[in-house]
Design a protein around this ligand. Structure first.
Ligand code: AMP
Length: 403
């Protein structure tokens, strides 16, 4: 299938082709016709599936086709993090570059001046994080009276990050007559309730859950020592001639330490985490995307939703203690049909985490034995074959088992 079969208009087809997209992803194939028809949508999909274009493309087409576009915000996209908000806004810019549809992005942590200036000029599509949106609504800068389409993105993360009350406050101010598109990677009961409240006779679209999408990513594991992880990272970056790598650490302090060590080895690197200013984080992300930085070191919170095309390598410098986090981390590579490689380091204290991850993904990660920094601890006794378990059982067993 190609995008023409989705009956997209020429200005959008040209933009998609300039982006290098040839085939719509499964969520795009399913969602675009539904949204173009004006139906409500419940999309179960995570970042990396092409879900941004799945809503941005039909929204642009609907607005473009309006012969008399009224002034005012006609589409609102609510998303949990600043990074996601910026990426979604960039997608509207890219896919809508031949449509003349205006868009703006607002998020907290930076001065509001530029954002309020954009709002004053008038925008068709507004991308926002909930806190700043409410703030600017309360100050009278945002008028949603003309709103036609509302997108709630990453609803489950809104809940995780404690934004759900803000989201509900925004929803209370939206016009009742509107089209609503609701996206969530998982459907915990509170999110299910919210979706039922928001959607009218929705079409449900579901794409592959995360644990199976990781199958196409080549995963390897290095048993090593805590004190040798830095040297092992440098060794692998050089030996494998890696062009770009996203390295995950468990703590902000750990991220800064890795960056300092890489600098000493003349490897360009920057860290993004919660202690960095929004500008520093965005600067580092841009430098990484443009190839000015070889390594981006991130904590999980800061890396939420980061989407980098053609990222080839993800390192789990520290293993996460929530096994699902491993799946999310490695899902940053192998995007949109590209090949990806995920490399994990495991010191003796992390073997329990490893066991839990292997249970979740229901396979053993192949171990590379031949490297210069092997673990000095005795090898673990071969555990029984992993079986897929429910996440909750997992967390409980994680606290108990140590070997
Ligand atoms: P998303 O899930 O929206 O964050 O998108 C994940 C990545 O896939 C982004 O880097 C997009 O640029 C890319 N992408 C989205 N749709 C397509 C497509 N149809 N073909 C190729 N790449 C795509």
């Amino acid at each position: 299938m190609d995008f023409r079969q989705l009956e997209l208009i020429d200005p959008i087809l040209r933009a998609l082709s300039a982006e290098g997209y040839t085939t719509p992803t499964p969520i795009q194939q399913q969602a675009i016709p539904v949204v173009l028809e004006g139906r409500d949508l419940l999309g179960c999909a995570q970042t990396g599936t092409g879900k941004t274009a799945a809503f941005a493309v039909p929204i642009l087409q609907i607005l473009y086709r309006q012969t008399q576009r009224k002034p005012g915000i006609k589409a609102l996209i609510l998303t949990p993090t600043r990074e996601l908000a910026i990426q979604i806004d960039e997608s509207f810019a890219a896919y809508g570059r031949h449509t003349g549809i205006s868009h703006a992005v607002i998020f907290g942590g930076v001065s509001q001046q530029q954002q309020t200036n954009a709002l004053r000029r008038g925008v068709d599509v507004l991308v926002a994080t909930p806190g700043r949106l409410l703030d600017l609504m309360n100050q009278g800068f945002v008028n949603l009276a003309q709103l036609e389409i509302f997108v709630l993105d990453e609803a489950d993360r809104m809940l995780d990050m404690g934004f759900i009350h803000d989201v509900k406050r925004v929803i209370a101010k939206l016009p009742a007559k509107r089209q609503t598109l609701f996206f969530s990677a998982t459907m915990p009961p509170e999110i299910q309730k919210l979706s039922q409240m928001l959607l009218t006779n929705p079409v449900k679209v579901e794409v592959t859950p995360p644990s199976s999408t990781v199958d196409k990513i080549e995963q390897t594991l290095y048993h090593t020592n805590k004190a040798d992880k830095q040297s092992l990272l440098i060794h692998l970056l050089k030996e494998k001639n890696i062009k770009t790598a996203l390295v995950f650490t468990r703590t902000k302090h750990g991220a800064d330490k890795v960056v300092r060590f890489l600098h000493r080895a003349n490897i360009t690197a920057a860290a993004i985490h919660g202690n960095k200013s929004q500008n520093a984080r965005q600067g580092a992300l841009n430098d990484f995307k443009n190839g000015r930085l070889k390594v981006l070191v991130a904590t999980d919170i800061a890396a939420r939703g980061i989407d980098i095309d053609e990222l080839t390598h993800v390192f789990n410098y520290d293993l996460p203690n929530v096994p699902e986090t491993y799946v999310h981390r490695i899902g940053r590579t192998g995007r949109a049909g590209n090949l990806g490689t995920a490399i994990a380091f495991c010191d003796v204290e992390e073997r329990t985490e490893l066991r839990d991850i292997e249970k979740l993904i229901a396979k053993r990660i192949p171990v590379i034995e031949d490297h210069p920094y092997p673990s000095v601890a005795p090898a673990a006794v071969a555990p029984p074959p992993p079986q897929r378990v429910m996440p909750r059982q997992h967390n409980r067993s994680m606290q108990r088992r140590r070997y």
